[in-house]
Design a protein around this ligand. Structure first.
Ligand code: ATP
Length: 407
């Protein structure tokens, strides 16, 4: 038996360019869909579903196709038993010369896009999160919300950051500081990282990582279905669910999960923002946040038990996540459009739920529906939602069966 020259434990720089290791199917798709790649671009990855197996992902026009590479008991590899190979190198050699049943002949290895990791200000500010406001330069106004403005800024003349400048009186500084302590300790690739604050004078500054494409709500509305399609919509949902699963594991509640509070970075990165802030803000946007008792709530996103009895929990966040899925699939439509908050509350009490939007696949709608179970305990966990969304297309993944190549 020939030993496969490509061993999984080789250091990265000694692996063939086409070997991407244990990356997810969705990440393989993302990488192959970068415009740097052309039809025939391919990679081999370790299969997630079948440990020890490999999968081939190939770009065919604008679609990525996946094939399971099977293993011979004696140690070789094949897609079809008609043609077997002693090593993955031989396998790749062969299919770069002929397609022989593959959707296309293999071309160049997929270009490895290294998503730049911005210099993480939070390490510099671990113990010192109150920073001197003179170290932050405000460069460009990115938007404004009900509590103030958001600016692109530069910290210490080196690091790009987002700076939220808060309207005086929009929160009690002590409440905020208490919450910010916790927010700062929450670290996850799908959560906007709080770097530092300037609270010693007004306006309070909240300094976070910068996300180039702004809020998911506007991003969806601007696209309105031109470039963004189901694969990317499911990916957005999976990334948000991943960030929320982390909050769930930390026993932290968001309280205002909605597309307006998800931010979009480069290379299709989505992150959850503004977690925990709903508790400290004094809200006055009547369109979204309606008065209910003494507090104001984004009624159309809020679970019935949270509206009725102020029972916020990770399960009320799951309800909001269902509404966020609705926003994602409708390209940022207002949920329950034409209805007032009061009407929504009344209708939900009669078991009414948002109907399945046109073009929303039943499988996607089922996930929303589960999030809107009247009984909070019956709603899925974010961990489960995350995996469901990660595996959304996995059910389509029919494996190469003896002589059949498949998508
Ligand atoms: P609300 O005030 O109701 O929470 P909002 O979330 O839209 O509404 P902000 O959080 O103040 O308000 O944000 C205003 C806008 O600024 C956002 O819509 C987004 O486009 C932009 N923005 C906010 N945070 C960032 C960030 N970290 N990076 C880049 N842009 C941001």
């Amino acid at each position: 038996m020939t030993v496969d020259p490509m061993t999984v434990d080789r250091p990265d720089d000694r692996r063939p360019l086409w070997f991407f290791g244990a990356i997810k199917r969705t990440d393989a798709e993302k990488q192959l869909l970068y415009p740097e790649n052309q039809t025939g671009a391919f990679l081999i990855r370790e299969s997630e579903s079948q440990k020890g197996d490999f999968a081939l992902s190939v770009l065919d026009e604008k679609v990525v196709k996946h094939y399971r590479i099977r293993r011979l008991d004696e140690g070789g590899f094949f897609l079809t038993q008609r043609r077997t190979f002693a090593s993955l190198n031989e396998f790749v050699d062969y299919y770069t010369k002929t397609s022989n049943g593959l959707c296309v002949q293999l071309g160049k290895p997929c270009v490895k896009i290294q998503v730049p990791v911005p210099f993480d200000l939070s390490y510099k500010t671990v113990d010192q999160w109150e920073i001197d406001r003179n170290s932050v330069q405000l460069l460009k106004r990115l938007g404004s919300g009900q509590f103030g403005e958001v600016w692109e800024g530069l910290w210490n003349n080196t690091t790009s950051v987002a700076v939220k400048t808060l309207k005086p009186g929009s929160m009690d500084p002590n409440d905020f500081l208490r919450e910010a302590q916790i927010m700062k300790s929450l670290r996850h690739p799908k959560l906007i990282q709080l770097y530092a604050v300037c609270t010693l004078e007004d306006p309070i500054y909240i300094i976070t990582e910068l996300m180039r494409h702004g809020s998911l709500q506007e991003y969806l509305q601007n696209d309105a279905g031109t470039k963004i399609h189901l694969t990317q919509q499911v990916d957005m949902a999976a990334q948000v669910a991943s960030g929320m699963a982390y909050l769930e594991s930390q026993n932290y509640i968001h309280r205002d999960l909605a597309a307006r509070n998800v931010l979009v970075g480069e290379h299709n990165i989505y992150k959850v923002a503004d977690f925990g802030l709903a508790r400290v803000f004094k809200v006055d946007n009547e369109d979204i946040y309606e008065s209910k008792h003494e507090t104001k709530l984004p009624v159309k996103w809020t679970a019935p038990e949270a509206i009725r009895a102020n029972k916020f929990s990770i399960k009320s966040d799951v309800w909001s996540f269902g509404i966020l899925l609705y926003e994602i699939i409708t390209y940022g439509k207002m949920p329950y459009s034409g209805m007032t908050g009061a009407q929504v509350i009344q209708m939900l009490g009669q078991n009414y739920r948002l109907p399945q939007p046109p073009n929303c696949p039943p499988q996607f709608y089922n996930i929303m529906w589960e999030c809107w179970n009247a009984e909070p305990k019956e709603r899925p966990t974010f961990e489960k939602l995350h995996w469901k969304l990660e595996d959304y297309f996995e059910t389509d993944f029919s494996f190469a069966d003896t002589d059949n190549f498949v998508r």
